[in-house]
Design a protein around this ligand. Structure first.
Ligand code: COA
Ligand code: AMP
Length: 630
């Protein structure tokens, strides 16, 4: 029997051989001559001289291999009451036609296409149609506001935008068209055309000369064949939050994405082709790219597009109903979803109504999995609960418990051990390796494995300065933590301004930019405070301009509305407080970490560099007025 240790050592002793072997599972138009291309360090490429197509690997090859009648996508939408199943053969026809229609309108290899869609199968079809003709898609999460969409349109400069007329949140319809129109109006770059999927719940008025109806546009289109692309050709750009309001456009090269994701399906998630794999996330996030779309489809699994929430659609039994009805073997979601279910149904009463015996493993990622939630899920479901750690940049797990190879001992609070391809280090400020148990910056020694980012879109220098410059020869993950004596990793905190709200990655820096734009705000700070349900919640501190006579409550309401309007409801920015001054170091740096500790009721050491310790009492009083610490 192969063990995790043997597999990891096989990679360590021969990385090239390891990845070339993994690449055997992919259909190539032209096989690569080698795995790693490191002629241009610190930029690395994988399988660059190979020729390959993602859509062929995710769809056509399964039809050719006799899997055409297998269900590729299950659509289950408790918010609309709709369900549908799409076989691989049907998917092939639909994607080829959409790709053909895009091509007929001039979309070619290398062109960008922005996709702004809710959780409907057409979102996956749009991604795959782009992949089919070598176009580079960039999916934007539906919970972002027009301004965020505009920023991404300006950066990616898409030839086309594919959108739906609306998304559906419990209790309200989110009209996408006004957001799209607003974004295009705001953006400097204008797409040539938009394709709009009209949804019955809220059809939109199409803009003449620019908007095309999803169905009408495809009528009579010649189905497109798969266009071979070089291994390093970008499959997609996915924007993620960084320190500022300008998001980072993570570039994912095609071949590495295919090879790595396919490898993970069996080895990390332990599923066989033909089995149902469900990632309850959104296509707008990396989990949606890797594990709703590409991973399961490339591996020949059945994937699920779930348009609903863990609670309230209609109740806390929805996940169990899904597992029973669709025979889900592996479920992947964020811990916050389980915290929501646990809060609504602490005794697990809903579980008694359903047969969840199909489920073999539950996977959690996206934020720290608290041991309470892990234990609750494990006891109720009777399956191993696997925490694993990764990020938009890496595209797949840096650390996990690889159940498909071997189920290692589970240590709640730890996402377990590094996966092959990742040489993980914990470093001090000078870049020295720290001994087990000591907290430091978590880094990965270069090169990163296949499937990870190759650079940031149109921003090579930012890629180097954001990730590769603090610790030369290493990629900086932005997470701090430690490794224990057994080699298990513990992820404790971010080292930058990123916070994690309900598994969504957000930038406090971006929120500060919005608050600072309010005419009455002189200075501000946003911190992430601990929250039982969402993990973290943003909280703003505002210093107002001298002479501002507006009631504080009014300013607070205005900045809350402003963040919703500029960033979107997903920021969940609902609380702010007015203070006289912000605590700072003598050099003027705002002491956000200290404010976080006060808000969370944690012990802290008075920063030696603090300018005026008395300000902390004012901060404490302001937080108390909002009920912090809880
Ligand atoms: N389009 C438009 N609005 C959206 C949206 C979308 N796709 N997704 C979320 N929003 C809105 C919500 O309606 C909510 O708006 P509100 O302020 O008017 O209530 C706001 O954004 C915050 O949403 P969310 O953080 O999802 O909180 P919630 O209170 O609606 O639900 C949970 C809480 C825990 C049930 C929910 O966060 C959840 O299911 N989380 C799973 C996390 C997940 O899948 N993460 C992906 C990474 S793996
Ligand atoms: P995203 O890019 O949105 O996937 O967010 C990535 C970040 O989420 C990581 O850098 C971590 O800060 C956090 N994160 C993801 N998974 C985990 C995990 N299993 N445990 C702790 N933090 C996690």
């Amino acid at each position: 029997m192969t063990t995790y240790r043997e597999v990891y050592e096989a990679w360590e002793s021969d990385p090239e051989g390891f990845w070339m072997q993994a690449a055997e599972a992919i259909d190539w138009v032209k096989k690569p001559s080698r795995a790693l291309f490191d002629e241009n360090t610190p930029f690395y490429e994988w399988f660059s001289d190979g020729l390959v197509n993602s859509c062929h690997n995710a769809v056509d090859r399964h039809v050719a291999a006799g899997r055409g009648d297998q269900v590729a996508i299950i659509y289950d939408s408790p918010v609309t009451g709709r369900k549908a199943k799409i076989t691989y053969r049907e998917l092939q026809g639909r994607v080829a036609r959409l790709a053909g229609a895009l091509r007929a309108r001039g979309v070619e290899k290398g062109d960008r296409v922005v996709i702004y869609m809710p959780m409907v199968p057409e979102a996956l079809e749009a991604m795959l149609a782009c992949a089919r003709i070598g176009a580079i898609h960039s999916v934007v999460f539906g919970g972002f506001a027009a301004n965020e969409l505009a920023v991404r349109i300006d950066d990616a400069e898409p030839k086309a935008v594919i959108a739906a007329s609306c998304g559906i949140e419990p209790g309200r319809i989110v009209e996408y068209k006004p957001l799209l129109d607003g974004a295009i109006e705001m953006a400097r770059h204008k797409p040539d055309f938009c394709v709009i999927l009209q949804r019955e719940e809220c059809p939109a008025d199409l803009t003449g000369g620019r908007d095309l109806d999803w169905h009408a546009f495809q009528e009579g289109a010649e189905p497109a064949e798969c266009v071979p692309v070089e291994g390093n050709h970008p499959a997609y750009i996915l924007y993620t939050s960084g320190t500022t309001g300008q998001p980072k456009g993570v570039v994912r090269p095609t071949a590495g994405n295919l090879v790595a994701l396919n490898w993970t399906m069996k080895n990390i998630y332990g599923v066989e082709p033909g089995e149902v794999y469900w990632a309850a996330s959104d296509v707008g996030w990396v989990v949606g790219h890797s594990y709703i779309c590409y991973g399961p489809l490339v591996h020949g699994n059945t994937t699920i597009v779930f348009e609903g929430k863990p609670i309230g659609t209609p109740d806390a039994g929805t996940f169990w109903r899904m597992i029973e009805e669709h025979e889900v073997r592996a479920l992947f979601t964020a811990p916050t979803a389980f915290r929501a279910i646990k809060r609504a149904d602490p005794e697990g009463e809903f579980l008694k109504k359903y047969d969840t015996s199909a489920l073999r493993t539950l996977f959690l990622a996206g934020e720290r999995a608290d041991p309470d939630t892990i234990t609750w899920a494990e006891e109720r479901l009777g399956v191993p609960v696997i925490d694993h750690w990764w990020q938009t940049e890496t595209g797949w797990a840096i650390a996990a418990n690889p159940v498909g190879i071997e189920l290692l001992a589970i240590k709640p609070g730890s996402p377990s051990v590094p996966m092959p391809g990742y040489d993980v280090h914990v470093l001090d400020d000078e870049g020295n390796d720290l001994p087990p148990g000591e907290l430091g910056a978590i880094t990965i020694k270069l090169p990163l494995p296949p499937g990870t980012l190759s650079t940031l879109w149109n921003a090579d220098e930012r890629y180097v300065s954001a990730y590769l410059s603090t610790f030369p020869g290493h990629y900086e993950t932005g997470d701090a933590g430690y490794i224990d004596e057994d080699g298990y990793l513990y992820i404790m905190a971010r080292t930058d301004d990123v916070i994690n709200v309900a598994g969504h990655r957000l930038s406090t820096g971006a929120m500060e930019e919005v608050l600072a734009s309010h005419p009455d705000v002189a200075e501000c700070a946003v911190i992430g405070v601990a929250d039982d349900l969402k993990g973290q919640l943003p909280l703003g501190f505002l210093c107002l301009n001298a002479g501002c006579e507006k009631p504080h409550g009014e300013v607070v309401a205005e900045v809350v509305a402003l963040v919703r309007e500029r960033i979107g409801p997903v920021a969940a920015f609902k609380q702010a407080v007015v203070v006289e001054r912000l605590p700072k170091t003598r050099s003027g740096k705002i002491l956000r970490a200290t404010m976080v500790r006060i808000a969370n009721g944690e012990e802290f050491r008075m920063p030696a560099t603090i300018d005026d310790p008395a300000i902390l009492d004012e901060i404490r009083a302001a937080l108390a007025s909002l009920g912090y610490p809880k």
